[in-house]
Design a protein around this ligand. Structure first.
Ligand SMILES: [Zn+2]
Length: 116
């Protein structure tokens, strides 16, 4: 299944192919509980995720160990995807950015990132 996503203003876009998404993931770490986003339960390697962004649209936030890279749109502020702490260089995406599904209708698990 091909999925296409974007931030709210459309300056950051991404697409990937994966199995049909039937569940999401939330996390209770200090940044995820503030974002409140439902993320992909799976991680994908960089070659699976095609990212296109207008000049200067893609901003990155890092904290603590700076292993995870949290990306968001510089214009509208929406979190689109991040490189994970557990698998550096691999991505989870914000399912709320996808056109093809309703992220609020998905069941989700909660990862205990706060205990890392
Ligand atoms: Zn935007």
């Amino acid at each position: 299944m091909r999925y296409t996503g974007s931030c709210h203003c459309g300056a950051v876009k991404f697409e990937f192919e994966s199995e049909t998404i039937e569940k999401g993931l939330r996390c209770n770490c200090s940044i995820c509980r503030r974002k409140g986003a439902v993320m992909s339960a799976f991680v994908m390697p960089p070659e699976q995720l095609k990212i296109s962004a207008d000049d200067n649209a893609l901003a990155k936030y890092e904290f603590g160990s700076c292993i995870a890279k949290h990306y968001y749109c510089n214009h509208c502020g929406i979190y689109t995807f991040h490189q994970t702490f557990r698998k550096p260089g691999h991505y989870r995406v914000n399912l709320g950015c996808l056109e093809e599904l309703d992220s609020t209708a998905l069941p989700f698990e909660v990862f205990d990132g706060a205990s890392l």
